[in-house]
Design a protein around this ligand. Structure first.
Ligand code: SF4
Ligand code: SF4
Length: 347
């Protein structure tokens, strides 16, 4: 983890800036070695094309100048890039940097991961057979469990990231308990499928087995997580998010306006930018500084603000915590979790 005084002060300054994008997810590659049921990435027969290391660094400089505070490196599997160590090194100088892995690559790139702020390993269940079925790979569960434990033992800040679906929702409380008892934080996603025709990146595959049917029960699970969170550290979801999810699954009411292209945006493996992965690209990262204030993007912001085409948890989170107050809420909420990590680092 790289938290220099320069980085902390610079992040604080950026958190106060108005009308700036604070969160970016960069899907660095469309390569993936897994075959997940919920995912469209591996089904796309597109050739492997990626920006060069130099271009990625150029893009990161632009993001820094735009005021971005947090960057999530994903894909595909970003750890399949040969230059990922160099990218992490560069990104983590300026941003709170999170990287995703399916549990198959992190141990091969362990030295590079020492510099990242957070490693999120996808893991949906404690049931080995079920997980291998979800990932389409024999041995996926063992890989993920071993990776999480090894990174944790090595002092790398690692958490597990389950995607909640109909298939695992009734296990999610026990799953949470298992990991927080071991001081491994849990960062949740929610199964969704993409419903727009020209997405930037095809991620959410429509799968009836995963579609959440028991909505009231899921609302109840979010209520229990809220209670658990009061007593335990390591549940990496804010209370505001849990309340909003509870309301969504209980009543269908969306208590947030989407802030795509305002507080957050996505970049794909070719450097194209869209408000979220479901929307069409609107620029490249290299054109964005000249376009950020344009009337065209302003019009799109207004359209996206009314959009109800998805409830992906990350977009909901960035929308709910979009202003200065929201950033402060995240900091105070996560401070309790950070204390656990710092305490562990001292022992
Ligand atoms: S969900 Fe992640 S690990 Fe699974 S196929 Fe898609 S990109 Fe790969
Ligand atoms: S609600 Fe927002 S994040 Fe979801 S599809 Fe619409 S613009 Fe994208």
């Amino acid at each position: 983890m790289r938290l220099s005084v320069y980085k902390v002060l610079s992040l604080f300054k950026r958190s106060l800036a108005l009308n700036k994008p604070h969160h970016v997810q960069w899907m660095l590659t469309n390569r993936c070695n897994y075959r997940c049921k919920s995912c469209g990435v591996w089904r796309e027969k597109r050739p492997v094309m990626e920006l060069s290391t130099k271009k990625v660094k150029e893009g990161l400089n632009i993001l820094h100048r735009l005021g971005v505070m947090e960057i999530v490196l994903s894909g595909g599997n970003p750890l399949l890039r040969e230059d990922i160590g160099e990218i992490i090194d560069y990104a983590s100088n300026h941003f709170i940097t999170t990287i995703y892995d399916n549990g198959s690559q992190a141990l091969r790139k362990i030295e590079a991961l020492r510099k990242v702020d957070f490693v999120a390993i996808s893991l949906d269940t404690l049931d080995e057979k079920k997980y291998d079925h979800l990932k389409g790979i024999h041995g996926a569960w063992k890989n993920a469990m071993n990776t999480v434990q090894t990174l944790h033992n090595q002092g790398i800040t690692v958490g597990v990231s389950p995607t909640i679906s109909q298939l695992n929702m009734y296990e999610i409380l026990d799953f949470t308990e298992y990991f927080i008892e071991r001081e491994i934080p849990v960062l949740y996603c929610l199964y969704q499928h993409d419903s727009l025709p020209q997405p930037l990146f095809k991620i959410g595959e429509n799968d009836k087995e995963l579609e959440i049917i028991d909505k009231e029960d899921l609302a109840g699970i979010f209520t229990t997580l809220t209670k658990k969170k009061r007593k335990n550290r390591g549940i990496l979801i804010t209370r505001k998010m849990l309340d909003t999810l509870n309301e969504l699954y209980l009543t269908g009411h969306r208590a947030w306006d989407c802030k795509a292209l305002q507080s957050f945006f996505m970049i794909d493996h070719l450097g194209r930018v869209a408000g979220c992965h479901l929307q069409e690209p609107v620029a490249t990262i290299f054109d964005l500084p000249n376009m950020w204030q344009s009337q065209r993007l302003e019009r799109l912001r207004k359209t996206y603000q009314k959009c109800t085409k998805c409830s992906y948890m990350c977009y909901m989170f960035y929308s709910l915590h979009a202003n200065v107050l929201g950033n402060m809420e995240i900091i105070s909420d996560q401070w309790r979790n950070a204390k656990t990590i710092l305490k562990r680092a001292k022992n």
